[in-house]
Design a protein around this ligand. Structure first.
Ligand code: 13P
Length: 270
């Protein structure tokens, strides 16, 4: 089972720095990552880092100059390509900087900045339009979970975001299951909870975009991931990666998680 899964979908471990690290701190962190990461660490695992907008050019330059095995990611973008949208950053600008992955609909955008399902869908479409990969976040709150509405919530968020997206595009996407109650709390979901949610999300993708897309789309778990619990999540058949907040800020703790991903892979390489 695990071998089949790995053949279909490479693991993706992503670091969401949120509003941490200015561009000088970003430079030091990425340089440190470059020193610590070896070829073996990334043989079967893709990595992305998502710094604040003001760091992107610095990180891009360093990643390109040193050929570091890190994809450049952003944390958010506008649904519009250009125009009178003071304070926003266009997906077109991110694409020009070499950004590969854009987080769309993180729970902090949804809850703190009022990003609704319609805006999430428009932003996701904009990211795809510019040839980047959306990393869509979905997740239930404590109250929704307590009321037994977890699947309702996840299904509603995912269906709204994928409406109108071509199945071939859905196949290339990443969806992160990030239960709101697990983010930044130290109270991670269990591996079984993460697997149940990811299996459910994959089933919704199959209904919306077909079995091909469901087999190819990568599903991450996020919420209080660290070096001690990372391997447990990745051992689950429907969890294809991790979206890491706090533990991605230091190179040492991020690399610990990347190495845990390696231990979760089946030893099938000849
Ligand atoms: P923590 O890993 O700090 O809980 O954050 C998770 C998250 O929100 C990543 O997007």
């Amino acid at each position: 089972m695990a071998t089949t899964r790995r053949a279909l979908r490479r693991l993706l471990v992503s670091g969401n720095w949120k509003m941490h690290h200015d561009h000088v701190e970003a430079l030091h962190t990425v340089r440190d990552l470059g020193l610590r990461l070896g070829a073996d660490d990334v043989a079967d695992v893709d990595l992305s880092v998502h710094p604040p907008f003001t760091d992107l050019r610095t990180v891009q330059t360093l990643v390109e100059a040193d050929a570091l095995p890190l994809a450049l990611g952003a944390q958010h973008c506008s649904a519009h390509d250009r125009g009178a949208y003071t304070g926003e950053v266009s997906p077109q600008m991110l694409a020009r900087l070499g950004v590969r992955y854009v987080i769309v609909g993180h729970s902090e955008r949804r809850h703190l900045f009022g990003m609704d399902d319609a805006t999430v869908a428009a932003t996701l479409a904009a990211v795809l339009r510019h040839g980047m990969t959306p990393l869509l976040c979905v997740g239930e709150t404590t109250d929704e979970r307590a009321a037994g509405h977890t699947e309702d919530r996840l299904g509603t968020q995912l269906r709204a975001a994928l409406a109108g997206v071509a199945p071939e595009a859905v196949a290339t996407m990443v969806v992160a299951y990030e239960p709101v109650w697990a983010i930044g709390t130290g109270n991670a979901a269990t591996a079984v909870d993460a697997e149940d949610a990811c299996a459910f999300l994959r089933q919704v993708v199959a209904e919306v975009a077909g079995d091909g897309a469901a087999g190819s789309i990568r599903l991450q778990y996020g919420g209080s991931v660290n070096g001690d619990n990372a391997a447990d999540f990745l051992a689950e058949p429907d969890v294809d990666g991790l979206l890491v907040g706090g533990a991605s800020l230091q190179a040492a703790s991020f690399v610990e998680i990347v190495r845990a991903a390696r231990t979760a892979l089946p030893p099938v390489r000849p």
